[in-house]
Design a protein around this ligand. Structure first.
Ligand code: NAP
Ligand code: GDD
Length: 385
């Protein structure tokens, strides 16, 4: 009998990679999706099969984290052995514009799900997508003992969800784990998160479709890892003997400016930074020959737009991964420069340009099959087994 998992947020970056991973482990998967007037399943279309066909193992159910009745029905009907709660309004900047909505979906949505589990009376394991944003203004490196200091409505909502998860573990004996994950990226990253915004802008600049990249705080530092690796950790947490909370990251941090320099340099463009504060500009200093006919040295390619600043910023996140290393055997496989290359390669391909291909080669060398939207990472799933 296949194990059954329920995934909220299945259409998101992590939900799509987790689905592939669980399919490769022979799970039957049930995903909660929001009804939308246009298709929102682009990241999972390649693994979806008609549920009428025999052998179908991925099933989608309409619902919303704002609707407790639907959640209870779904959990009672599906009776999943594992629940991965990834659904959220996950954008930090947006949470300042929509604080109440973010609290409702990202915070209370978690309680609705936990209550649905309790009321349906099923025995299950629960993964909570907690975040390094919980640490906010606390000094790096951050680990499971570091005090939380949330700096946005998103982080405050995730803090509430974190403690509700602990409360259901302690109060109702639910096998519940918080994965406190640091930023993780991929070619499937949402287009308005900074890494993907940079790699897409780079590709558009090179193809002549965009002149400048408008950006916010260049100095903040993040511990950026590779999303497909992180979803494997979610599964691992639920498959320990006892439930526990874990920090997952790479242990190394870079600034937004570092990310831009690394991405542009990989594509053959060297950036020189001039000016200070909001007058800072990224100027094309030199480029490999034949990179792009429309670009000239001296062009301004990066400009600050204060619209992207946050009322309260999280300046420096860096994971102390000792516990996950010790107890889960965690060791990041894809490092910063490889991650950047994977994302740049993909976005160059998306605009029809050739790419150096070092990102794909690094992935292959480290056991990751494919990383784009239309193909699965896992051999078994690729072969339709
Ligand atoms: P994402 O790409 O933004 O995906 C969010 C998912 O939540 C999407 O499937 C979205 O559906 C769904 N969702 C949003 N509002 C919903 C609602 N009202 N009802 C039901 N579903 C709803 O996020 P991600 O990067 O995959 O991250 C997954 C989870 O991990 C999130 O909870 C995020 O906060 C957390 N996290 C992420 C990171 C990271 O670096 N990626 C780090 C730490 C924690 P639509 O497709 O319909 O919008
Ligand atoms: N999005 C964005 N857009 N961020 C920018 C920009 C810009 O134009 N310019 C600078 N930044 C800075 C932000 O101010 C922040 O310091 C950093 O880049 C990263 O921003 P995001 O990529 O939006 O990610 P995040 O760190 O705020 O949040 C992500 O990671 C969290 C884990 O730490 C999200 O995935 C959250 O859901 C997740 O919990």
């Amino acid at each position: 009998m296949n194990k059954r998992a329920l995934i909220t947020g299945i259409t998101g970056q992590d939900g799509s990679y987790l689905s592939e991973f669980l399919l490769s482990k022979d799970y039957e998967i049930h995903g909660l999706i929001r009804r939308a007037s246009t298709f929102n399943t682009g990241r999972i279309d390649h693994i979806y099969t008609d549920p009428h066909l025999s052998g179908a193992r991925l099933f989608l159910h309409h619902g919303d984290l704002s609707d407790p009745g639907q959640l209870t029905d779904l959990i009672y009907n599906v009776q999943p052995e594992e629940i991965y709660h990834l659904g959220a309004q996950s954008h930090v900047r947006v949470s300042f514009d929509a604080p109440e909505y973010t609290g409702d979906i990202t915070g209370l949505g978690t309680t609705r799900l936990l209550e649905a589990i309790r009321r349906s009376g099923i025995k299950t394991k629960y993964y909570q997508a907690s975040s390094s944003e919980l640490f906010g203004a606390s000094h790096p490196p951050q680990n499971e003992q570091t005090p939380f200091y949330p700096r946005s409505p998103y982080a405050a909502s995730k803090l509430y969800a974190y403690w509700m998860t602990v409360n259901y573990r302690e109060g109702y004996n639910l096998f519940a784990c918080n994965g406190i994950l640091f930023n993780h990226e991929s070619p499937r990253r949402g287009e308005t998160f900074v890494t993907r915004k940079i790699t897409r802008a780079l590709a558009n600049i090179l193809s002549g479709n965009q002149k400048e990249l408008y950006i916010g705080n260049l100095e903040s530092k993040r511990d950026w890892g590779f999303a497909p690796e992180y979803v494997e950790m979610m599964w691992l947490m639920l498959n320990q003997e006892k439930p526990n909370d874990y920090v997952v990251g790479t242990g190394v941090s870079y600034s937004v400016k570092d990310f831009i320099n690394t991405a542009f340099s990989y594509a053959g463009l060297e950036i020189e930074w001039r000016g200070t504060d909001i007058e800072t500009k990224g100027i094309l200093k030199s480029m490999d020959t034949k990179v792009s006919a429309s670009l000239k040295t001296g062009n301004v390619l990066i400009v600050i737009d204060p619209r992207y600043f946050r009322p309260t910023e999280v300046n420096f996140l860096q994971a102390d991964i000792s516990k996950a290393k010790r107890e889960l055997g965690w060791e990041p496989r894809i490092h910063f420069s490889e991650l950047v290359k994977v994302m740049v390669d993909y976005d160059l391909k998306m605009v029809g340009l050739g790419c150096p291909g070092e990102g794909a080669a690094a992935c292959k060398a480290k056991g990751f099959g494919y990383t784009d939207h239309s193909t699965s990472l896992y051999e078994k799933v690729r072969q339709g087994q």
